[in-house]
Design a protein around this ligand. Structure first.
Ligand SMILES: Nc1ncnc2c1ncn2[C@@H]1O[C@H](COP(=O)(O)OP(=O)(O)OP(=O)(O)O)[C@@H](O)[C@H]1O
Ligand SMILES: [Mg+2]
Length: 353
């Protein structure tokens, strides 16, 4: 196991594309996921850590050792790339044994390790098949076994499951968590899927435009997004903007398009603020009260065990989640579609931007 520190790491490509400065700590033995949209710098960050490319600025530390100039093969890393690159003409066994054999492990030790990993990943029956004769999901598992073969201190996984169907992906997610905890390898996992990140991670780092914008447990990120990008990217927030009209103790009264909404927070009268409020924290009522925020229902989508309701609030879509079937049937009968909505002031989150 190893603790990784990226300190102000910057990589500039010849055409001027700049990734960083990136500051990130991956704790000893944790599974940290780098989550961000396409082109945000996830693979580049992995390549910097692996040593395939060097940073122009900043420091990369493995425990307390500076990695500048240390070649990739000496970094003790196991890797699975975005598309699994196995050797197609070799058997599954030969693929997994490749690293140990290159490192001149004894034959007995190599066999023992390959069999141990094959059991862990449920691919023992495939060991003597050629890679060209196994399925995509099986290949992903072989790729993982190969990455783990030399007992790396650090595992880098770049969208290892993106090519799989949802059911297989879920199964392999569970397996990755189990294996990662069992072999206790520090792991950096890359995905652009929020569901996947939240399902498998100890902590998640959100990356956008080459910068880490927030790091936390899935719960922390979902409950307390730091800014509008995180709130929107995680789908955890209806983001509203307004002006602080009054401050009463710890509660702000924010004017949003002529409607006064109470939000707990620390700002001054006259400040422009953005805040987010989660769909499940929005309470809808078919009864329109004086001064309340109102809108018209534009869609009601049934989901597993709940309903997703979209309200048009003066041109801004507000998403609400409800489990209340009686309410939904009332809304469906409500011809003019007008509803009011409220939320508890302490459940709104003031955003930094
Ligand atoms: N060798 C390179 N030369 C120039 N630009 C590059 C190079 N490699 C990556 N980039 C650019 O750097 C940015 C980040 O790329 P990167 O591959 O790290 O994104 P990513 O987050 O992994 O995206 P995806 O989810 O699509 O895999 C992109 O704008 C990309 O075009
Ligand atoms: Mg990538």
């Amino acid at each position: 196991m190893v603790r990784i520190n990226l300190v102000g790491l910057v990589r500039e490509f010849a055409d001027g594309t700049k990734i960083g400065p990136i500051d990130l700590e991956i704790r000893d033995g944790e599974l940290l996921t780098l989550l961000g949209p396409s082109g945000s710098g996830k693979t580049t960050t992995l390549r910097l850590i692996a040593g395939f490319i060097e940073a122009e600025k900043g420091n990369l530390l493995f425990d307390d050792q500076d990695m500048v100039g240390v070649p990739p093969r000496e970094r003790n890393i196991g890797m699975v790339f975005q598309s699994v690159a196995l050797f197609p003409n070799m058997t599954v066994y030969q693929n997994i044994a490749f690293g140990p054999e290159l490192a001149e492990w004894s034959h007995e030790k190599t066999v023992e390790r390959v069999e141990e990993l094959a059991d862990l990943l449920g691919i023992r029956n495939l060991l003597f098949r050629k890679v060209s004769e196994i399925s995509g999901g099986e290949a992903q598992r072989v790729g993982l076994a190969r990455a783990l073969a030399k007992e790396p201190a650090l595992l880098l996984l770049d969208e290892p499951l993106s090519a799989l169907d949802p059911q297989l992906r879920e199964r392999l997610q569970t397996e990755i968590i189990r294996i990662q905890k069992k072999v206790k390898v520090t792991t950096l996992y890359v995905t652009h899927s929020q569901d996947e990140a939240f399902a498998i991670s100890d902590r998640v780092a959100i990356i956008n435009d080459g910068r880490i914008v927030q790091v936390g447990t899935p719960e922390e990120l979902y409950d307390k997004p730091a800014n509008e990008f995180v709130a929107r990217f995680l789908g955890s927030g209806n983001v509203l903007q307004g002006t602080v009209e009054q401050v009463n103790g710890g509660e702000l009264c924010i004017d949003v398009m002529g409607i006064q909404l109470p939000v707990v927070g620390n700002r001054n009268v006259g400040d422009t603020v953005k805040f987010s409020i989660k769909p499940e924290d929005i309470k809808i009522s078919p009864v329109i009260e004086e001064g309340a925020a109102t809108g018209s229902v534009t869609s009601i989508l049934p989901q597993v065990g709940s309903f997703k309701i979209t309200i048009d609030f003066q041109g801004t879509p507000i998403l609400a989640l409800t489990y209340d079937e009686v309410l939904v049937s009332k809304l469906r009968q409500n011809e003019d579609r007008r509803v009011s909505f409220t939320f508890k002031p302490e459940l709104a989150v003031i955003l930094s931007d």
